[in-house]
Design a protein around this ligand. Structure first.
Ligand code: DGY
Length: 322
């Protein structure tokens, strides 16, 4: 019998049981409470057969090289896999796995929260109250945009986008969507959604919600020119990846009134946030919490573990990307 495979877990994570992993693998070292620095990660991976990592870990060619030919699986504790060089993993025969489905509803809840919060100026209003500026009911105070009955444009009608559409039906919204390809007519009927080209969706929508994965095609998708096409009354929400939006252009759009407001959960250079966005009262800014419920995070952890252990035991993982 061969020796147990070495596994690196890059951070202590909800739902990831070190005891369970230790039944089948040897843990390189106790995972830290905080994100592991690049140097530390590079020093832990040599000889590893599996890496269970988060979206903050860059799993690129030098990292795979440092791990060496023993590396069989990279199991990401996230649905997005833009932190992993997929082409390089494929070239080296490394399986890449992720955690879809289990976070769909939590992320759609957050997208809807951002639609409501940004359109009704919730953060701004709460800040004012806490600062002692609630001096009585004000007929002119914090006038927002209505959500009910408005037009929602979903960019990326995958699982999360569809879950946002289901919520929007309860708000009497007209639903437009854009994907690389239109959905089958049956699915459009279920979701009550109409396909639009990207630019047409931007000009027609009162709310634009970004649910696309980050790929070379979606990087910088919402730039100055695209923001200019949106309604002045529109609200932009991003729960996908920050790099899909040009943050500088968005800050300009908010300060110059090209759009009404924005709700963001993700940023171009996390954990940094563009200073002009930090200063923009019309932006509701959250620290990447789309999947942040304990129930969801525990399910992500269990799935990430299952993916990893399946590959190490030579069986098909439940959620492989390649
Ligand atoms: C993901 O899974 O990709 C989210 O951004 C974090 O849960």
């Amino acid at each position: 019998m061969g020796s147990a495979p070495k596994v690196v877990v890059t951070r202590r994570l909800p739902g990831v049981s070190l005891a369970r992993l230790a039944e089948k693998a040897v843990l390189a070292a106790e995972p830290p409470e905080v994100p592991m620095g690049r140097e530390e990660l590079l020093s832990r991976v040599p000889g590893a057969a599996g890496i269970l990592c988060t979206l903050a870990d860059r799993i690129d060619s030098p990292l795979m090289e440092a791990a060496g030919p023993s590396l069989k699986v990279v199991s990401n504790y996230a649905v997005g896999v833009n932190n992993i060089d997929l082409a390089e993993a494929a070239r080296r025969g490394i399986r890449v796995c992720n955690t879809p489905d289990v976070l769909t509803q939590a992320t759609a809840d957050l997208a809807f929260s951002l639609m409501l919060a940004a359109s009704r100026k919730l953060s701004d209003a709460e800040r004012a109250l806490r600062a002692g500026r609630f001096t009585g009911w004000d007929p002119w105070g914090f006038l927002g945009m209505p959500v009910y009955g408005k037009t929602l444009g979903i960019v990326g009608m995958g699982k999360i986008g569809s879950a946002v559409a289901v919520r929007a039906a309860g708000f009497g919204m007209r639903i437009l969507y854009h994907n690389r390809r239109a959905l089958p007519a049956e699915r459009e009927k279920v979701l009550r959604a109409e396909y639009r080209g990207f630019d047409a969706l931007l000009t027609e929508s009162d709310f634009v919600v970004l649910c696309v994965p980050l790929t070379p095609e979606t990087r910088g998708l919402v730039d100055r020119e695209r923001l200019r096409r949106m309604k002045r009354s529109a609200v932009l929400v991003n729960v996908s990846r920050g790099e899909v939006v040009d943050e500088g252009a968005l800050a300009a759009a908010l300060s110059q009134g090209w759009i009404f407001a924005a709700g963001l959960d993700v940023y171009e250079r996390e954990p940094l946030v563009h200073p002009d966005l930090l200063a923009a009262p019309k932006a509701v800014l959250l620290p990447h919490i789309g999947s942040a419920t304990l129930e969801t995070r525990e399910r992500m952890g269990r799935l990430a573990m299952e993916n990893l252990l399946a590959v190490l035991s030579g069986t098909e993982p439940p959620c492989a990307v390649n």
